[in-house]
Write a protein that binds this ligand. Structure first.
Ligand SMILES: Nc1ncnc2c1ncn2[C@@H]1O[C@H](COP(=O)(O)OP(=O)(O)OP(=O)(O)O)[C@@H](O)[C@H]1O
Ligand SMILES: [Mg+2]
Length: 190
């Protein structure tokens, strides 16, 4: 079966694009044997490229400059360029938009989903760094329920295991959450 092509995008910086890309790629690679990551963010520090370089053989997913074959691919994108996002989105099966559950971040969401919709692809919101039982999380759920946006049911929590993963092969606790996200994606995309 052909793997899916995912793009992780949000023009808002720090939403968790690179964190989502690397963890989800690793969850896919451990389930399906391989996953390619294409890093479209030229920032050297804190990028998926730097993460893979630091992690070395701890990572089962692989960083590639051009995807080949029909395996799973995830594109990480920079925060500042709708045109880079547009290029990546062209070949995407789905565009995941990580967003933090805060009023400020959610207020910028429609601008981002518009970019994806204009490119003719389905945008799907992924709530990232959620903290259970907080006002912020409840407010985010209400705001997203009121919007017409498709939202992944899996919310990625804020966790030290995720925050500390940079430059390492992700921890098993972190991978559990991204495994649930992958379950949901596979069900939606197959
Ligand atoms: N679920 C999470 N739990 C804890 N920390 C998180 C989580 N998601 C992201 N972070 C942290 O938030 C910060 C920003 O994450 P990341 O660099 O992945 O965002 P980004 O959208 O790729 O940023 P940029 O727009 O600069 O490329 C990092 O310090 C990362 O470790
Ligand atoms: Mg990034």
């Amino acid at each position: 079966m052909r793997g899916k092509r995912l793009v992780v995008a949000n023009l808002k910086g720090g939403a968790g694009k690179t964190t989502t890309t690397v963890h989800l790629a690793e969850a896919i690679a451990r389930r399906h044997g391989a996953c390619s990551v294409v890093d479209l963010d030229p920032n050297a520090d804190g990028s998926a490229t730097a993460w893979f370089t630091l992690a070395g053989t701890a990572m089962k997913a692989s960083l590639v400059s051009e995807p080949s074959g029909d395996g799973w691919v995830i594109y990480d994108t920079p925060p500042w360029s709708a045109s880079v996002v547009n290029v990546a989105v062209k070949s995407a099966d789905v565009v995941l938009i990580p967003v933090r559950p805060s009023g400020l971040d959610l207020s910028r969401l429609a601008a981002m989903t518009d970019v994806v919709v204009r490119a003719g692809k389905p945008p799907v919101v992924l709530v990232n760094a959620a903290i259970a039982g907080t006002t912020a999380q409840r407010a985010a759920r209400e705001a997203l329920d009121e919007s017409d946006l498709p939202v992944m049911q899996t919310w990625i929590p804020q966790r030290q295991s995720i925050q500390n993963a940079y430059g390492t092969g992700p921890a098993s606790e972190a991978l559990k959450f991204y495994g649930w996200l992958l379950d949901e994606l596979e069900e939606a995309l197959n």
